[in-house]
Every structure is written in structure tokens, then in C-alpha cells.
Design a protein around this ligand. Sequence first.
Ligand code: BEZ
Length: 394
Amino acid sequence: MSRVLKSARLAGAIAAAAGLVLCAGVALAQPQGKIKVGLMLPYTGTFAALGTAITNGFKLAVDENGGKIGGREIEYFTVDDESDPAKAPDNANKLVKRDQVDVLVGTVHSGVALAMSKVARDNNTLLIIPNAGADEITGPLCAANVFRVSFTNSQPGLAMGQVMAEQKKKTAVTITWKYAAGEESTGGFKEAFEKGGGKVVKELTLPFPQVEFQPLLTEIASLKPDAVYVFFAGGGAVKFVKDYAAAGLKDKIPLLGPGFLTDGTLEAQGDAAQGLLTTLHYADALDNPKNNAFRTAFKAKAGRDADVYAVQGYDSAQLLGIGLEAVKGNLDSEAALHKAMREARIDSPRGPISFSKSQEVVQNIYLRKASGGLNKVAGIAVENLADPGTGCKL
Ligand code: BEZ
């Protein structure tokens, strides 16, 4: 055999072997097995019902897709974060390092979410935030692997401040648990209310998750503002609304808040919540086909009515699904995955949503009125509100 022919054969053999290796490489790169989803949410404490609703909403979307996302089955890993920021780094690391999850989904409490997003950034783990609104997460702390499907804390506050200023209210008092979410929410209210000519005359706080409201109610009664704007959610919201009515303030000084004040809580609040005005990116009674179908399916699955937290859990899974479909279930195609998620257009029960450059949801903020067992739409307070993402370098 001539040297030329020999070397041609050798080259062919090498090429064939390389081809096999390549094929094997491709085969290995094909996504295998289940996608590991780490749910880090509160399942005990004042936000327990919120964590459960998010979980049920997420699982509903997966079930509706035949138990798969992006063509792959899901394996869940769950941690109760107890809404405790001190335990958050360890809890997030359990999911990322011990369980080696592909995706983190969480959480409700802003302080916990800030710690969780650091773990996600440090380990480059995809994080989808289904509630916690800490402004910084889609501001200076934004990252390519961090998405939020809920809101920025200041947004509902800004909307309500604007509405109250338009209604020519002159003075207001704010009350909140003293932590990022409450301070940003009441801060948003104050900014818009004072820009519109009003004045916040007192900013009252108590530590999270305390519910000893009596001294604060006594102070409100003596200050007699035109309105009271409060940030409370879950069990704390139930108690505050009932205490406010029991103190005889409900018919004297309008009680306002972001919609967390009356979301998922109306049944427990009873008459004390009737007529309360709140601002939020969702209302139970939004009449669109997606919301109607969602509420029926959620009730059948969870045995209770859907609320904003259920919607946010559902949309977290929808967002992940859009990303994974685009990369055929291959989480290693990071840039394409993030791009598809950033460009997602989601048919949400709250109405159509998209994402800003800082990977925060863009959506309507509704003015709602509690009536019977539902938060009903009283108007659109701000249309297509986009978080400015101040300080985000994406
Ligand atoms: C938060 O901590 O960001 C939060 C908690 C409950 C409802 C809304 C926001």
C-alpha cells in the first residue's frame, strides 16, 4: 500500500473515530433524567399559607404540562425557610450543594431572598423569585441567572400614593414590619403621595413578625390622619385588619395597603376587610379566560381559592418552561436559556406579562376593592409598570 493511501486510510480512521467521539459527546450532552427544582419557601410561621400557595401554583403548571418542563420530568427538593434571614444562606446551600438542584425557586420574605440571591449568584444557579420584592435584587444586585415574576416592593406603594394624592387626601400615617419589604412599600407610598401634594405625618414600625398592634392603633386614633397605609401579609395581615376594625377605626380613617393586606386572607378577615382598597398586580375577579381557567383548576388541585401567590408560583413554572423549551431541556445552554426567559411573553392569570432588562416582570397595577370573598378590580392604577432597575448592569 502506498504511503499516500496508508495515510489517507489513517486520516479516515482518525476522522471516523473523532466522529464517534463527537457523536458520543453529543449523546452525553443530551439532557438526561429529571430536572431538580429546589423550592425554598416558608411552610411555617406568618407566611406559611403564601409558601403553600406558591408551591401549589408551580405544581399546577407542571401538571398541566404532563408533569414535565421543557420535555423533562421534575424532581422537587423542598426546604422550609421559616421566613428567617439568619438561616437563609444555610438553607439555600442545602439545596444548591447537598441536593445539587438545577433551579432554585424562592422565596416570600425579602430578607431571605436577598441571602438566597447571593447564593444563586455565587454558584451561578438559576433562581426564579416567585414573590419577595426586595428592590435591590433587580437593581444593583441583578444578575443574568436571577429572574423575578412578582413585583418590586415599592411598586404597589407608588401606585397607592398616586391614587390617594389624586383623591386629594392631605395626610397619611404608614405602618409596617421593620424590614426591607415594608420599608420599601411604605417608602414607595410616601414618595408618590408627597409628590402629589400629600404629607406622611408619621412612619410607625414594629419588628417582623410581631402582631402586637394595639399601641400603634392608639397612636393612629390620636393622630387622626386622612388615611393609613400599611404593609402586612399572611397571618399578620389577618390580625391587623381585624384589630383595626375592632378598634373602631375602619369607618373613620380609610385603611389602605398593597394587595397583600387582603390577598388570600379575606375569608379569615370577614367583615373587617369589606370595602378595603388596595393596589396589586392581580385581582381575584379579573375577568379573562386564563384567570377563569386558572382559578377553577387551582381550586380543584389545592382545595382553596387561588390568590396572588398561587399566580406567582404558576408563572414561575411557566417562565421556566419557556426557557427550557427554547434550549430543548438543556440547562447547560445558559446564554440561550436566559435570553429566552428574558424575552418571554407569558399568558398569566393576571394578564399578559413580559420582562424588563433587569429581568423583573412588567405588568399592570390594579386598584382593587374587597367585596364578599373577592378582591375586585376597581380600576388600573398604573398600566404596564416597569421597574427602572436602577443600578442594574445587565
Ligand atoms: C416580602 O418580604 O418581600 C413580601 C412578603 C410578603 C408579601 C409581599 C412581599
